[in-house]
Design a protein around this ligand. Sequence first.
Ligand SMILES: [Zn+2]
Length: 314
Amino acid sequence: MDTYIGCDFGGTKLLIGEMDGNGNLLQSKRYDTGLNHHREASERILNCLTDYVDQVGFVGTPIAAGVGVVGVVNHENGNWISLNHIESVEVPLGAMVSAKLGIRTIVDNDVKCATRAEMIFGHGKNSNDFIYINIGTGLAAGFVVGGRILRGANNNSGEVGHSVVDLSRDELCICGRRGCVEGVISGSGFNSQAIRLHDRYSTKLTITMGEMVNVSDIFHLSEEGDELCQILTEQAVENISNLIMNLTRITDPDTIILGGGILSDGWLLPKICDRLNPSTMRGVKNGVVKSSFHPGMVGLIGAAALGIMQNYDQ
Ligand SMILES: [Zn+2]
């Protein structure tokens, strides 16, 4: 059986796995990472691949590999350009993995990988024009337009977390602007807003300096009427709804897919849908839907799916 190897490098973890041609993960292993420079991270990926080959092995015959990483990549030559969007040094990760495994290897951004998983095996079966919005620690999107993933001049399209949707907020975002959507709806956004607002409103939410707040707790407490958590969820729903409607006006999708850990328990989705203006959304005939995949696995499936492409431009 021909199979595809995927590596999904996130902020704190690396997943390596093997997938068949139908999108079924045959086996996988998780490794801790926590590195913030892509040169060190690339070495870590190679070392973990060595462990994977030795300790896990392969079910089938791998014929290609894909690597999804955070940050910016040059998907044409497989170079990883930046992990943190600040430091730019081209690391030839694709060539390194290809030499290690002896098979063709394609590298892409992690959110574009998740978008590809939807494109090939998920909601993309019914759509050539969709937007996949990943709401996890940060917020970013993949755009599929006419059946192709939108890339941009620097392969950096989709960084919609830094779209300004709230002109009333005055705290500065890390990008240098104010009112970015990621600042209120993402793991880091909920955390920073909870810290910023917790002494203005009554709350039972546990806030411990140095630890991220638990977003599921925020949803649960909001449902119970907790003052702070209701403010946090209200501004999150308002911001993400505005983003969805703005993006709908830009690429005219027929499907909006929401993925990532923040969406996975399903609490937010109906609240977001209630806030959308029917007139703005009239062309989105398949609606706003939850991702087809577990948020922890979509990146790995999408990375492995890179190997199914015959060339990098598909
Ligand atoms: Zn920003």
